[in-house]
Design a protein around this ligand. Structure first.
Ligand code: SF4
Length: 449
């Protein structure tokens, strides 16, 4: 999926060391006159490639020798003594993602319009981002250095796109040869070193479903608890990703998959004490089937991959309704009247929840399922809606405000996938627009003090 947690600097040259982005006033780094633009080259004689290296080499060290290349070109050597818990006060440039060497049939980059932002074409395959943000890697091109680093720095957990344990099928899906597709040795080495693995299967009808999927789940379950969970998410086709080898995911396919996987899940729960292989929310919604209960998801091990998001949202909603009933939170003083815009897949679920609020509180909030024209195809999740999609649907909104899903904005900047900024979006509406997650919505519905 699209990763908003990093801003890939695709044009940036990878230079030695790691660049300081900011120095907090009143800290050790400020006293030592470190500044934005300076680069940390070594810590205690060990080379620093990025902020993860810096974090690893400085962790728990009270005496540090830091080699710095100042932005002026001067080289400094700084000797520092500090208390173990004392922060140096430096934040660093973001990690420049490593690129993958695959040609996946279903690669999301092929599903972008040509005019999409360059960062949407970044094919990241980076164990550091996997550790930091839960990005998936395939491990097909991981270098020996990277393997050693994951183990030495304990970059655990790692999120691995397995897709199929059948090597012919995996190689076909990734567009690589069987030797590269075979990651069993690498996986074993990581697991032996205590690295936890979360696996993913992008489910492509007629390719890695049915018996292939059963075998994949069964092979991975044999590695539990070192492999902690498997997320099975459906192939997403946009109007630009129309490879004839790919078959669209239909409601009937989703129902068949739920039937097959439910049987395996029952067995896995009995044997392993966890559901282990989780189907993406999209599969239940497309099938028109109920989302499983809370206990199905355990600790929600793959919620960032769309596994259990709807259950979590619905349960938080129930809890809000109970607090309203008990009077432990009060409804907003002014009865609400407005529109919540969301993806067409989630809209029916949200409509049922909001209808209860309207009945209970006398509010007049409506839910508008917004078609995704930007990507087209069968893309219907809220998180991939763009500014242009919201603007195209603006005539259908009613009331005094509009809410869009917060997840449609980049995490570190108010901009959407089509590059439209939030301020620009707001200018297209006659009423205030808010970007909210569940907490934001709840705080509009109820006074939570
Ligand atoms: S691993 Fe596959 S899906 Fe991911 S970026 Fe590379 S080609 Fe695309």
């Amino acid at each position: 999926m699209y990763e908003f947690a990093v801003t890939p600097a695709v044009t940036q040259l990878r230079r030695r060391g790691v660049e300081i982005f900011e120095v907090s006033p009143g800290t050790i780094a400020a006293e030592l006159e470190l500044e934005r633009g300076d680069r940390i080259m070594r810590v205690n004689g060990r080379a620093v490639r990025d902020y993860l290296d810096f974090r690893f080499h400085t962790a728990g060290e009270t005496e540090l020798t830091i080699d710095v290349r100042k932005s002026s070109g001067e080289d400094w050597e700084l000797n520092i003594e500090r208390d173990e818990s004392e922060d140096l006060g430096i934040s660093f440039e973001q990690i420049v993602p490593r690129q993958c060497a695959n040609e996946c049939l279903f690669c999301f980059c092929k599903g972008n319009p040509e005019t999409a932002r360059p960062s949407l074409f970044v094919r990241d395959e980076d164990v550091r981002l996997s550790f930091l943000y839960g990005n998936y890697t395939t491990l097909t091109s991981i270098s020996e250095d990277e393997m050693k680093r994951v183990i030495e720095q304990r970059l655990t957990p790692q999120y691995v796109s397995v897709h199929a344990t059948d090597l012919d099928v995996r190689a076909y899906l990734l567009g690589v040869d069987k030797t590269r597709a075979d990651i069993s040795g690498k996986l074993q080495r990581l697991m032996d070193a205590g690295i936890e693995i979360h696996a993913q299967v992008v489910l492509c009808p007629m390719i890695n479903d049915g018996e292939i999927l059963k075998r994949t789940v069964s092979d991975l379950a044999a590695l539990h608890p070192k492999v902690t969970s498997v997320a099975i998410v459906p192939l997403g086709l946009t109007r630009y990703l129309n490879d004839p080898r790919l078959t669209p995911v239909t409601p009937e396919f989703c129902r068949k998959t739920i039937r097959e996987v439910s049987e395996m899940q029952r067995d896995l729960r009995a044997r392993l004490g966890t559901t282990f292989a989780f189907l993406g929310d999209e599969i239940y919604l497309k099938a028109g089937r109920a989302i499983p209960a809370r206990k199905h998801y355990g600790e929600y091990p793959q919620i960032e991959d769309g596994i259990g998001m709807v259950r979590s949202f619905a349960n938080e909603f129930e809890s809000l309704m109970r607090r309203l009933e008990r009077g432990s939170v009060r409804p907003s003083a002014k009865p609400l009247s407005g529109t919540i815009m969301t993806g067409t897949l989630f809209a029916p679920v949200l409509t049922k929840l909001i209808d209860r609020v309207n009945q209970r509180l006398g509010t007049n909030v409506s839910v508008l399922g917004v078609p995704n024209e930007y990507f087209g195809g069968d893309v219907s999740v809220a998180g991939l809606l763009t500014g242009g999609d919201f603007v195209a649907a603006r005539r259908q909104v009613s009331g005094d405000f509009v809410i869009i899903p917060k997840v449609t904005l980049k995490s570190d900047e108010p901009v959407m996938l089509d590059g439209m900024r939030f301020e620009e979006l707001c200018q297209n509406f006659d009423v205030p627009v808010y970007a909210h997650d569940f907490q934001g919505l709840a705080s509009m519905i109820a006074n939570q003090n």
